[in-house]
Design a protein around this ligand. Structure first.
Ligand SMILES: [Zn+2]
Ligand SMILES: [Zn+2]
Length: 74
């Protein structure tokens, strides 16, 4: 299970923030510490989440695995 902000340049974790982060509404897998992080990750120049989000969603729905078995980096 992911316990860190998934924005590429962000180092926030549940531990450093003292709270869990909301998950991406699209894939339900990645989570971000703030709307700014979600926005920047969605439109990231090198690895935009908007390109992997639908694939993650399909993977998530098809396998229905516990989140700990989903790779935490892409
Ligand atoms: Zn997503
Ligand atoms: Zn963040």
């Amino acid at each position: 299970q992911l316990r860190h902000c998934c924005a590429p340049e962000c180092k926030e974790t549940f531990a450093t923030a003292g709270r869990p982060f909301p998950r991406c509404a699209g894939c339900g897998i990645l989570c971000y510490c703030s709307r700014e992080c979600q926005k920047s990750a969605w439109k990231h120049a090198k690895a935009p989440h908007k390109e992997v989000c639908p694939k993650l969603r399909v993977l998530h729905e098809r396998t229905n695995l516990p989140q700990k078995q989903v790779p935490d980096r892409f």
